[in-house]
Write a protein that binds this ligand. Structure first.
Ligand code: LLP
Length: 415
């Protein structure tokens, strides 16, 4: 299913035209498709049918309450990395017992709150975190369910900033010492070892790195069993890539089938933490051309969305497709699509062959993951609105920030 498609010369989000949304909500605006989010989630859940599993949406990819609520209604679990994400999931109707808590820097406060609500598991990233979790759980008089996030040292073959499974990364516990750390966890009275976890990187477009990691994890599970430490679930993290341009990432169903094949005969439950593959292609960033600025060297389209709205092109040199909402006839020119921010790095695309006029609407595709969530108020720009389309209906799930809100928490010096 194509969530964003042309009909009668206009780009639609499901049953609603993007010009109608621009008219109603202004620009820049993030637009998400409920149907696409649901279909992507179901691809995971359906492939896992018949075995114990959790599909924990990685909240960092898109933490809008409306989006989380769509997933919670389907019975999704959630992967969180902060107290803030925990509260969002609860506010969106998520079930605490389906939450896994990842992240290298959990504070005591984070741990306390997660223990109070009763999360499914803590994915512990270091020996020192393990000791702290024991202390906090003891203070509360409870047992904390734990997995160790193991670093299997496989090359995810992705952008260095989003590759996390190599020895030199800050994440996880080296697989070489994991057994010893598990032995320690097993003797701590307020911890209960339940799983093994890994996450090797993001935007992976091949299965091999996932399956290499899986083999190493299974070997670890066997070594732990020999020591009398029983593992109930394997958490393989997120990381499945999407198509931004011409990538051909594996489908969730094929990935899971390959994992299930290797698990045959074992009594292990499976947990996944997909983010990007659920929401990236469920979203576009809708923006309007403010100016066409032609210079001797370049043609610039100055648009009303900027790096503060969508930082992926500037931060990762990410290529994101940018299409006209109402394509017009004429001669295409190679435009650099730049925002109003005072930085040379403020671009969303370069050398894009487009036919444009001032006031035209553009859609930046595949912007549903790591889009709004990474936005900032740089240059005192309010963050964009977010709209969730459901068939013929469009719901404003986050209103545009006003200028007054941006400095509401600040104050002048006393006289
Ligand atoms: N689990 C853990 C522990 C993670 O660190 C991440 C992502 C995920 C799951 C979800 O991974 P996904 O399925 O989305 O690949 N801002 C970057 C991506 C950073 C990913 C960080 N960790 C980007 O815009 O490409």
């Amino acid at each position: 299913m194509q969530p964003f498609d042309y009909r009668d010369g206009q780009l639609f989000a499901e049953g609603v035209s993007l010009p109608a949304l621009a008219e109603r909500f202004g620009t820049p605006t993030y637009v998400y498709s409920r149907a696409h989010i649901e279909a992507q989630y179901r691809a995971y859940a359906d492939a896992l049918a018949g075995m114990e599993h959790l599909v924990c949406f990685a909240v960092k990819a898109n933490s809008n309450l409306g989006v989380l609520n769509v997933l919670a209604r389907l019975g999704a679990g959630f992967d969180i990395v902060s107290r803030g994400e925990l509260e969002r999931v609860l506010a969106a109707g998520g079930t605490p017992a389906k939450i896994v808590f990842s992240g290298v820097g959990k504070s005591r406060d984070d741990m306390r709150r997660a223990l109070e609500v009763g999360v499914h598991c803590f994915n512990v990233e270091s020996d020192v975190e393990l000791e702290r979790l024991q202390e906090v759980a003891a203070e509360l008089g409870v047992k904390a369910p734990v997995s160790l996030r193991v670093n299997p040292d496989v090359d995810a073959q992705t952008h260095p900033y989003i590759s996390t499974g190599l020895k030199e990364n800050k994440f996880g516990i080296s697989i070489d010492i994991a057994e010893a750390v598990y032995a320690r966890a097993a003797e701590l009275p307020n911890l209960e070892v339940v799983g093994v976890d890994c996450h090797i990187g993001s935007q992976l477009t091949q299965l091999e790195p996932f399956l290499d990691a899986l083999e190493r994890l299974l070997a670890l599970v066997d070594r732990l069993a020999a020591r009398g430490i029983a593992i109930k679930h394997l958490d393989l993290g997120g990381g499945l890539g999407v198509r931004y341009r011409d990538e051909q990432p594996p489908l969730a169903g094929d990935y899971i089938a390959a994992v299930r094949e290797r698990l045959a005969g074992r009594e292990l439950a499976l947990v996944f933490e997909p983010g990007r593959s659920i929401v990236a292609n469920a979203g576009v960033l809708l923006t309007r051309v403010e100016y066409l600025k032609h210079t001797e060297h370049k043609d610039f389209a100055v648009i009303d969305a900027a790096m503060n709205d969508l930082i992926r092109p500037a931060l990762y040199q990410a290529w994101m497709d940018i299409v006209p909402v109402q394509p017009r006839a004429g001669e295409a020119r190679p435009y650099d699509l730049v925002g109003p921010i005072c930085e040379t790095g403020d671009f969303l695309g370069k050398d894009r062959e487009l036919v444009l006029a001032e006031g035209d609407l553009l859609a930046v595709r595949s912007a549903g993951a790591y889009g709004f969530v990474m936005s900032s108020n740089y240059n005192t720009r309010g963050r964009a609105a977010e709209v969730l389309v459901d068939g013929e209906q469009a719901h404003l799930v986050r209103r545009r920030e006003t200028v007054e809100e941006l400095y509401a928490g600040e104050s002048l010096l006393p006289n």
